[in-house]
Design a protein around this ligand. Structure first.
Ligand code: HEC
Ligand code: HEC
Ligand code: HEC
Ligand code: HEC
Ligand code: HEC
Ligand code: HEC
Ligand code: HEC
Length: 292
């Protein structure tokens, strides 16, 4: 389960800083950078209760969940998470009681190791006492650009995703954000939790399917800047392809994404934009109306 790529091929983001100061400074402001940290080093540490746990998952735009080693065989996902919406602790998604969930470190499903893999960069390793040690905590440069030690030391080529096709970008981001559905597989579109899987939903949109590879995550998001929470800014991306949409419905002063990428709240504290761009019935934000 541990990645086959040797840690030595990774340089760590500090190694990129001097030669790429603009990308480094931009990336520092994103949720990716602090997707994982020691809880006492987290930007929001002062707002957490005392000793909430060893590892803090989530930068805190929406939530932070705590994970701690228990003994040589187990990790605990804490039952109380911190939520930005309420600035307080409440039950972790999927938990029914506040005492948390125990995971076997070497469980065949590797649930706890997987948390670290998606929230860190480079191959995690096991230290003494069977503790999981990420190579570099957070989603850093080499999570998207691939191992960069050879590039940083001797200017060997490195991946620039701007040359990837839209499908390949969905796969790259989908390694963590979840990939588009394989042909024939079943996705439960009525489960609001699935809307957090942006590549899966975007790939269902007519906009994606019928625009010959012109629509990708980067049409709307800049990779080295935090996600904009200003719904109006996304209209610019729409008008690039839809200069004059034919509406019978009055827009009523609302911005494009409020109707066509509606907000979904799988729990009172969390909200996601439905990335299946489409026409939705009022109050039904999970799946667009089927259109001819
Ligand atoms: C010693 C300076 C130096 C360091 C250290 C360095 N780079 Fe670069 N990088 C360059 C130069 C110079 C270029 C432009 C060369 C080119 O475009 O072929 C470049 C180009 C790139 C490109 C664009 C490649 C392309 O083909 O368009 C990416 C992506 C990149 N670097 C990422 C990184 C990452 C990630 C790190 C840290 C692991 C890093 N670099 C470390 C000097 C450096
Ligand atoms: C190694 C796993 C991984 C990869 C690869 C990855 N992401 Fe993420 N991404 C995450 C995690 C984890 C978070 C949650 C960060 C947090 O807690 O706010 C996140 C958050 C985000 C956010 C919200 C960030 C913010 O500033 O609030 C955007 C937008 C995003 N990712 C886009 C992308 C795109 C586009 C790609 C592909 C180029 C990508 N991600 C690749 C793991 C990944
Ligand atoms: C397949 C990759 C993957 C795995 C495995 C994973 N995460 Fe995440 N996680 C993400 C991505 C991507 C995001 C940001 C996307 C989003 O929620 O919009 C995220 C976001 C989060 C957030 C921020 C709140 C939120 O819901 O956006 C927390 C907290 C979190 N993860 C905790 C965990 C914990 C704890 C585990 C293990 C039990 C875990 N994650 C396993 C990819 C993963
Ligand atoms: C979420 C994925 C992601 C992360 C994390 C990320 N990048 Fe990038 N990077 C991209 C994408 C996508 C492009 C191409 C689009 C663009 O240039 O904006 C890119 C382009 C670049 C380029 C080439 C710019 C050019 O002119 O083509 C450099 C250099 C670079 N990144 C460096 C870095 C460094 C250094 C870090 C860490 C501090 C980093 N990136 C983190 C996705 C990422
Ligand atoms: C057509 C524009 C568009 C495209 C393309 C797009 N996004 Fe988004 N994205 C948005 C909007 C709008 C929001 C919500 C912003 C807000 O909170 O107001 C958002 C928010 C997000 C968030 C924050 C969590 C959430 O769901 O609200 C993540 C993570 C994210 N996008 C990832 C991605 C990834 C990965 C891709 C590529 C598969 C992608 N986006 C493609 C428009 C887009
Ligand atoms: C890269 C180009 C591109 C971008 C960017 C884009 N679209 Fe589209 N969109 C398309 C294409 C192509 C179609 C299919 C038109 C057809 O079927 O004739 C489409 C279809 C649609 C439809 C009809 C959906 C259906 O299922 O019938 C809506 C609504 C829509 N787009 C809204 C938007 C909104 C809102 C945005 C911005 C958030 C956006 N689009 C961004 C290319 C794009
Ligand atoms: C108040 C909700 C609302 C807003 C705001 C809105 N739309 Fe629509 N849109 C709809 C509905 C509903 C339809 C289905 C046709 C109809 O009833 O007018 C539609 C249809 C469309 C279509 C498909 C038209 C066709 O020819 O098949 C596109 C493209 C589109 N909208 C793009 C946009 C863009 C771009 C914006 C922002 C400038 C926007 N919409 C703002 C509700 C909205």
């Amino acid at each position: 389960m541990l990645a086959r790529i040797a840690a030595g091929q990774y340089a760590g983001s500090e190694a990129c800083r001097n030669c790429h100061p603009a990308q480094f400074a931009g990336h520092r402001k994103t949720g990716h950078r602090e997707a994982l940290s020691r809880s006492w080093q987290h930007t929001l540490a002062a707002q957490f209760p005392k000793q909430p746990g060893e590892w803090a998952f989530g930068a805190g735009a929406q939530a932070v969940t705590f994970v701690s080693p228990l003994d040589e065989d187990h990790y605990l996902e804490h039952g109380l998470s911190w939520y930005a919406a309420s600035k307080s602790m409440a039950l972790t998604p999927g938990h029914r009681r506040p005492d948390g969930e125990r995971y076997r470190t070497f469980d065949p499903g590797a649930a706890i190791l997987r948390c670290f893999q998606c929230h860190s960069t480079g191959p995690p390793r096991l230290s003494g006492g069977f503790r999981i040690e990420p190579f570099e905590a957070g989603v850093q440069c080499e999570a998207c650009h691939g191992p960069g030690a050879a590039h940083a030391s001797s200017q060997k080529p490195i991946l620039n995703p701007k040359r990837l096709a839209a499908d390949a970008i969905n796969e790259l981001c989908g390694a963590c954000h979840r990939k588009p559905a394989a042909a024939g597989s079943d996705t439960d579109w009525s489960n609001p939790w699935n809307t957090r899987h942006q590549p899966l939903y975007l790939a269902e949109s007519s906009c994606f399917r019928k625009s010959a590879g012109k629509l990708s995550c980067f049409t709307c998001h800049s990779p080295h800047a935090p996600v904009s929470r200003e719904a109006a800014v996304y209209g610019g991306a729409c008008s690039g392809c839809h200069a004059r949409p034919r509406h019978r419905t009055a827009a009523g002063g609302r911005v494009c994404v409020s109707c066509h990428m509606p907000e979904v709240r799988p729990s009172p504290h969390l909200r996601f934009a439905n990335h299946w761009i489409g026409v939705y019935a009022d109050g039904k934000p999970l799946k667009p109306i089927a259109r001819p």
